[in-house]
Design a binder for this molecule. Structure first.
Ligand SMILES: Cc1ncc(COP(=O)(O)O)c(C=O)c1O
Length: 452
């Protein structure tokens, strides 16, 4: 542990705050354990990626078999496995999305999507929501609106941000659905003012991940598709978290029957067993590169181990009924979270889709005052995460959000187990908040003694 702290960066944190760090020692199904043998319920699928849970034999055996055949194949050579994976993936995605480019991560996939969109349209701008995260490279971090972008500001030229359909805290002070999705009209006005012929693409996550934890309201994505079409703008769906059953459908866009021009995927494509990302594009995009140079690629694109893992995952998702289970368990999880809201006044909002859910924590339900500021180095989330670990629960705490996204194989019993652990964490948190409030209201000088 000491060596870890000395030589290893822990991502997305002030380094000295991450002490101690939980030491992962092994895992099975929806549980993992640490070096001391303590068991944790993995209510985050590690980092929204371990959709099949830990130790799926179908996937580990496929990786082993491939490792014995070949671990290293040039991305410029075709393999039967890669061709089959492309066939299977393009059959799964909606509409006319028909050509795949494999990479190593979600960041890389978004990076490539932005480059392709700019090349195909000849336009420089990419629009992204304020509450969004698209990756950790200069372009993806700097284009997204999440506060982490500040590390690279002023960021990449051509990145433009717009207001989200974040209904719990509407930037326009309106209420859905009476608002008529006003934020979409505001986006169109913004695009007009920016000059549509300079806008290459709009990128959205069908359900915002750690940057806000909210689904797009019904009607938004279809409206956005229409808006993009009217202005010749490409729609990029970042399905890095939402893809592969997470929301109770194969892809997040399926809920709205919308077909993007570019679909970006990673995480669940291999259930996180081997790093992989992919960009799947429509003929408008792929056609462009038939006669022009495709200037992008990666040595490890479609590594055979990742390809084998991805193919085995697709079979597992289908044969183990994971998408359907995510839909059913997602409903149960949502009901249970609503039940928790009755018990815990600290919960301001409960939202999500399928097994991608979020609690927004507030100090006061009436004012919706956030429990922690939306800054990246807030201390409270680290303490919440540790407290959850002490209860044997692994979840994501960020600013005033708690995100819960168990593996798609989760059972009703495990959901209820997690809810009991979570409730204990929330009781602790409420006591902490009460204590802090009392300390703040204690007068600086002692109160005068009552007159005798
Ligand atoms: C929506 C979204 N897009 C892109 C990324 C970046 O993916 P990766 O961490 O694989 O680079 C993430 C990572 O969490 C994400 O949540």
């Amino acid at each position: 542990m000491a060596a870890d702290r000395q030589h290893i960066f822990i991502p997305w944190t002030v380094q000295e705050c991450e002490d101690p760090v939980l030491e992962f020692a092994g895992a099975e199904g929806v549980y993992f354990r640490d070096r001391q043998g303590r068991r944790y319920l993995d209510f985050l699928s590690q980092l929204f990626n371990c959709n099949l849970g830990h130790g799926n034999r179908r996937v580990t055996e496929a990786i082993k078999r491939q490792a014995e055949q070949a671990c290293c194949i040039s991305p410029q050579l075709l393999t039967a496995e890669r061709s089959l994976l492309s066939d299977e993936l393009t059959a799964l995605v909606p509409g006319d999305l028909d050509k795949c480019m494999f990479v190593n991560s979600g960041s890389e996939a978004n990076e490539l999507a932005f480059i392709m969109a700019r090349m195909v349209t000849g336009r420089p701008k990419i629009f992204a929501k304020y509450r969004s995260y698209h990756g950790t490279t200069f372009n993806t971090l700097g284009t997204a609106g999440d506060p982490r972008r500040m590390a690279v500001e002023p960021g990449p030229a051509g990145s433009v941000r717009f207001f989200d359909p974040y209904c719990y805290r509407c930037d326009f002070g309106l209420t859905y659905p009476d608002c008529g999705i006003h934020c979409l009209k505001a986006l169109e006005r913004q695009i007009e003012l920016e000059n549509p012929s300079t806008v290459a693409a709009v990128v959205v996550e069908p359900v915002t991940g750690a940057a806000g934890g909210f689904p797009l309201p019904e009607g938004y994505l279809a409206g956005l598709r229409d808006l993009c079409d009217r202005h010749g703008i490409l729609l990029i769906a970042d399905e890095v978290i939402t893809g592969f059953g997470r929301t109770g459908a194969w892809f997040g866009v399926n809920h709205d029957s919308v077909v993007p021009d570019i679909m970006v995927m990673a995480k669940g494509i291999t259930s996180g067993y081997v790093p992989m990302g992919a960009v799947v594009v429509s003929p408008r995009i792929s056609g462009h590169f038939e006669t022009r140079m495709l200037p992008i690629g990666s040595t490890y694109a479609a590594s055979p181990l990742a390809t084998a893992a991805a193919r085995a995952c697709l079979v597992a998702y289908q044969e183990e009924g994971c998408v359907e289970n995510a839909r059913r368990m997602g409903q149960l999880l949502m009901d249970e979270l609503q039940g928790l809201k009755q018990k815990h006044s600290i919960i301001g909002d409960v939202r999500g889709k399928g097994l991608l859910t979020c609690l927004e924590l507030v100090t006061d339900r009436a004012t919706r005052q956030p429990l922690a500021p939306p800054v990246v180095d807030a201390q409270l989330p680290i303490r919440i995460r540790r407290r959850a670990w002490a209860e044997g629960l692994h979840l994501l705490a960020r600013a005033n959000l708690l995100m819960i996204a168990p593996p798609l194989i989760v059972t009703p019993g495990q959901i209820r187990e997690g809810m009991e652990q979570l409730s204990r964490v929330l009781f602790w948190l409420e006591a902490e908040v009460r204590q802090q409030r009392e300390q703040q209201t204690v007068p600086v000088s002692p109160a005068p003694l009552p007159a005798s």
